[in-house]
Design a protein around this ligand. Structure first.
Ligand SMILES: N[C@@H](CCC(=O)N[C@@H](CS)C(=O)NCC(=O)O)C(=O)O
Length: 200
Protein backbone atom coordinates (compact mmCIF):
# COMPACT_ATOMS: atom_id res chain seq x y z
CA UNK A 1 0.00 0.00 0.00
CA UNK A 2 1.13 3.52 -0.64
CA UNK A 3 -0.15 6.74 0.90
CA UNK A 4 0.33 9.88 -1.17
CA UNK A 5 0.36 13.04 0.91
CA UNK A 6 1.72 16.56 0.86
CA UNK A 7 3.70 17.88 3.79
CA UNK A 8 1.55 20.99 4.46
CA UNK A 9 -1.85 19.29 3.90
CA UNK A 10 -3.96 19.11 7.07
CA UNK A 11 -6.30 16.58 5.42
CA UNK A 12 -3.39 14.28 4.58
CA UNK A 13 -2.05 14.83 8.08
CA UNK A 14 -5.13 13.18 9.55
CA UNK A 15 -4.38 10.08 7.45
CA UNK A 16 -0.67 10.16 8.32
CA UNK A 17 -1.51 10.36 12.00
CA UNK A 18 -3.96 7.47 11.77
CA UNK A 19 -1.28 5.45 9.97
CA UNK A 20 1.09 6.01 12.90
CA UNK A 21 -1.55 5.52 15.62
CA UNK A 22 -2.63 2.27 13.92
CA UNK A 23 1.00 1.06 13.87
CA UNK A 24 1.01 0.60 10.11
CA UNK A 25 4.28 2.40 9.45
CA UNK A 26 6.09 -0.77 8.34
CA UNK A 27 3.27 -1.82 6.04
CA UNK A 28 2.35 1.38 4.22
CA UNK A 29 4.82 3.20 2.00
CA UNK A 30 4.40 6.97 1.96
CA UNK A 31 5.27 9.49 -0.74
CA UNK A 32 5.11 13.26 -0.48
CA UNK A 33 3.89 14.98 -3.63
CA UNK A 34 2.64 18.39 -4.63
CA UNK A 35 -0.91 17.73 -5.87
CA UNK A 36 -1.07 21.22 -7.38
CA UNK A 37 1.79 20.24 -9.73
CA UNK A 38 -0.41 17.43 -11.09
CA UNK A 39 2.36 14.77 -11.03
CA UNK A 40 2.17 12.56 -14.15
CA UNK A 41 -0.20 9.63 -13.60
CA UNK A 42 -1.42 10.77 -10.19
CA UNK A 43 -4.96 11.36 -11.43
CA UNK A 44 -5.04 7.73 -12.56
CA UNK A 45 -5.05 6.93 -8.84
CA UNK A 46 -7.37 9.74 -7.82
CA UNK A 47 -9.31 11.51 -10.57
CA UNK A 48 -9.78 14.44 -8.20
CA UNK A 49 -6.02 15.01 -8.01
CA UNK A 50 -6.01 15.50 -4.23
CA UNK A 51 -4.19 14.19 -1.21
CA UNK A 52 -4.54 12.07 0.81
CA UNK A 53 -4.77 9.19 -1.64
CA UNK A 54 -4.16 5.58 -0.61
CA UNK A 55 -3.20 3.12 -3.33
CA UNK A 56 -4.08 -0.37 -2.16
CA UNK A 57 -2.41 -3.63 -3.24
CA UNK A 58 -5.67 -5.57 -3.34
CA UNK A 59 -8.44 -3.24 -4.37
CA UNK A 60 -9.46 0.17 -5.64
CA UNK A 61 -7.67 3.29 -4.47
CA UNK A 62 -9.14 5.04 -1.43
CA UNK A 63 -9.26 8.83 -1.38
CA UNK A 64 -10.84 11.67 0.67
CA UNK A 65 -9.30 11.94 4.10
CA UNK A 66 -12.14 10.41 6.08
CA UNK A 67 -12.35 7.38 3.81
CA UNK A 68 -8.56 6.91 4.02
CA UNK A 69 -8.61 7.28 7.82
CA UNK A 70 -11.41 4.74 8.19
CA UNK A 71 -9.62 2.31 5.90
CA UNK A 72 -6.31 2.58 7.77
CA UNK A 73 -8.11 2.28 11.10
CA UNK A 74 -9.84 -0.89 9.87
CA UNK A 75 -6.69 -2.63 8.64
CA UNK A 76 -4.42 -1.46 11.48
CA UNK A 77 -4.35 -2.02 15.19
CA UNK A 78 -6.08 1.06 16.50
CA UNK A 79 -9.56 1.74 17.73
CA UNK A 80 -9.93 5.37 16.71
CA UNK A 81 -13.66 5.14 15.91
CA UNK A 82 -15.52 4.27 19.11
CA UNK A 83 -18.28 1.69 18.79
CA UNK A 84 -21.91 2.79 18.77
CA UNK A 85 -22.90 5.02 21.67
CA UNK A 86 -22.29 8.54 22.93
CA UNK A 87 -18.51 8.40 22.52
CA UNK A 88 -18.88 7.53 18.82
CA UNK A 89 -21.12 10.51 18.16
CA UNK A 90 -18.81 12.76 20.17
CA UNK A 91 -15.82 11.70 18.06
CA UNK A 92 -17.73 12.17 14.80
CA UNK A 93 -18.99 15.57 15.96
CA UNK A 94 -15.42 16.66 16.76
CA UNK A 95 -14.35 15.36 13.33
CA UNK A 96 -17.13 17.30 11.59
CA UNK A 97 -16.33 20.54 13.44
CA UNK A 98 -12.64 20.15 12.63
CA UNK A 99 -13.22 19.35 8.96
CA UNK A 100 -15.43 22.43 8.85
CA UNK A 101 -12.63 24.54 10.30
CA UNK A 102 -10.25 23.13 7.69
CA UNK A 103 -12.66 23.64 4.79
CA UNK A 104 -13.34 27.25 5.83
CA UNK A 105 -9.65 27.97 6.45
CA UNK A 106 -8.55 26.49 3.12
CA UNK A 107 -11.27 28.46 1.32
CA UNK A 108 -9.95 31.69 2.88
CA UNK A 109 -6.38 30.81 2.04
CA UNK A 110 -7.26 30.12 -1.59
CA UNK A 111 -9.27 33.33 -1.83
CA UNK A 112 -6.31 35.33 -0.51
CA UNK A 113 -3.71 33.42 -2.54
CA UNK A 114 -5.36 33.21 -5.96
CA UNK A 115 -6.94 36.65 -6.19
CA UNK A 116 -5.53 40.12 -6.59
CA UNK A 117 -6.30 42.25 -3.50
CA UNK A 118 -9.15 44.11 -5.23
CA UNK A 119 -10.71 40.82 -6.37
CA UNK A 120 -10.89 39.26 -2.88
CA UNK A 121 -14.43 38.73 -1.62
CA UNK A 122 -14.45 40.11 1.93
CA UNK A 123 -17.94 38.72 2.34
CA UNK A 124 -16.67 35.20 1.62
CA UNK A 125 -13.64 35.62 3.89
CA UNK A 126 -15.71 37.00 6.78
CA UNK A 127 -18.30 34.25 6.49
CA UNK A 128 -15.62 31.54 6.57
CA UNK A 129 -13.82 33.15 9.50
CA UNK A 130 -17.15 33.37 11.37
CA UNK A 131 -17.57 29.61 10.86
CA UNK A 132 -14.06 29.01 12.19
CA UNK A 133 -14.65 31.22 15.23
CA UNK A 134 -18.00 29.61 16.08
CA UNK A 135 -16.61 26.09 15.63
CA UNK A 136 -13.67 26.91 17.91
CA UNK A 137 -16.10 28.29 20.52
CA UNK A 138 -18.09 25.07 20.32
CA UNK A 139 -14.99 22.91 20.74
CA UNK A 140 -13.96 25.06 23.71
CA UNK A 141 -17.35 24.63 25.38
CA UNK A 142 -17.06 20.87 24.84
CA UNK A 143 -13.35 20.58 25.70
CA UNK A 144 -13.98 18.01 28.47
CA UNK A 145 -15.10 15.62 25.71
CA UNK A 146 -11.55 15.65 24.30
CA UNK A 147 -10.32 13.50 27.19
CA UNK A 148 -9.91 9.73 27.14
CA UNK A 149 -8.28 7.36 24.66
CA UNK A 150 -7.25 8.86 21.33
CA UNK A 151 -10.01 9.02 18.70
CA UNK A 152 -10.39 10.27 15.15
CA UNK A 153 -12.15 13.27 16.70
CA UNK A 154 -9.10 14.25 18.73
CA UNK A 155 -6.78 13.71 15.75
CA UNK A 156 -8.96 15.95 13.58
CA UNK A 157 -9.20 18.70 16.21
CA UNK A 158 -5.40 18.69 16.58
CA UNK A 159 -4.90 18.88 12.80
CA UNK A 160 -7.32 21.80 12.56
CA UNK A 161 -5.73 23.78 15.42
CA UNK A 162 -2.27 23.12 14.07
CA UNK A 163 -3.33 24.28 10.60
CA UNK A 164 -4.59 27.56 12.07
CA UNK A 165 -1.17 28.03 13.72
CA UNK A 166 0.61 27.11 10.48
CA UNK A 167 -1.30 29.23 7.96
CA UNK A 168 -2.95 31.95 10.08
CA UNK A 169 -0.03 32.94 12.27
CA UNK A 170 -1.44 36.41 12.95
CA UNK A 171 -4.84 35.18 14.17
CA UNK A 172 -4.83 34.34 17.87
CA UNK A 173 -7.26 31.57 18.83
CA UNK A 174 -5.70 30.73 22.19
CA UNK A 175 -6.91 33.77 24.17
CA UNK A 176 -10.56 32.84 23.66
CA UNK A 177 -10.04 29.09 23.97
CA UNK A 178 -8.01 28.37 27.15
CA UNK A 179 -9.20 24.78 27.63
CA UNK A 180 -8.53 23.94 24.00
CA UNK A 181 -5.10 25.56 24.34
CA UNK A 182 -4.17 23.32 27.29
CA UNK A 183 -5.52 20.19 25.62
CA UNK A 184 -3.66 20.97 22.38
CA UNK A 185 -0.37 21.64 24.19
CA UNK A 186 -0.51 18.16 25.74
CA UNK A 187 -1.74 16.40 22.58
CA UNK A 188 0.99 18.03 20.47
CA UNK A 189 3.58 15.83 22.21
CA UNK A 190 2.18 12.63 20.72
CA UNK A 191 4.69 10.98 18.34
CA UNK A 192 2.03 10.99 15.59
CA UNK A 193 1.85 14.79 15.94
CA UNK A 194 5.57 15.51 16.10
CA UNK A 195 6.26 13.20 13.12
CA UNK A 196 3.73 14.97 10.88
CA UNK A 197 4.37 18.64 11.64
CA UNK A 198 3.58 20.77 8.57
CA UNK A 199 6.23 22.79 6.76
CA UNK A 200 5.85 24.89 3.63
N1 LIG B 1 -12.14 17.02 1.45
C1 LIG B 1 -10.88 16.51 0.99
C2 LIG B 1 -9.91 17.66 0.83
C3 LIG B 1 -8.54 17.23 0.31
C4 LIG B 1 -7.78 18.42 -0.24
O1 LIG B 1 -8.36 19.45 -0.63
N2 LIG B 1 -6.46 18.28 -0.30
C5 LIG B 1 -5.67 19.36 -0.86
C6 LIG B 1 -4.38 19.52 -0.08
S1 LIG B 1 -4.70 20.29 1.46
C7 LIG B 1 -5.32 19.03 -2.29
O2 LIG B 1 -4.91 17.93 -2.59
N3 LIG B 1 -5.52 20.01 -3.18
C8 LIG B 1 -5.22 19.86 -4.58
C9 LIG B 1 -6.36 20.35 -5.43
O3 LIG B 1 -7.37 20.81 -4.87
O4 LIG B 1 -6.25 20.26 -6.64
C10 LIG B 1 -10.35 15.47 1.98
O5 LIG B 1 -10.86 15.45 3.11
O6 LIG B 1 -9.47 14.66 1.61
Amino acid sequence: MKLFYSVPSPYARKARMVLIEARLEGQVETEAIDPWADPPGFRDNNPLGKVPTLVRDDGPTVFQSNAVCEYLNAVGSAHLYPDDGPSRWTALRQLALSDGILDASVTVRMELTFHEPDQISQKLVERQELSVARALDTLESEAEALGGPVTIGQIAVACALSYRDFRFTDVDWRSAQPKLTDWFAAFADRPSMTATKPTS
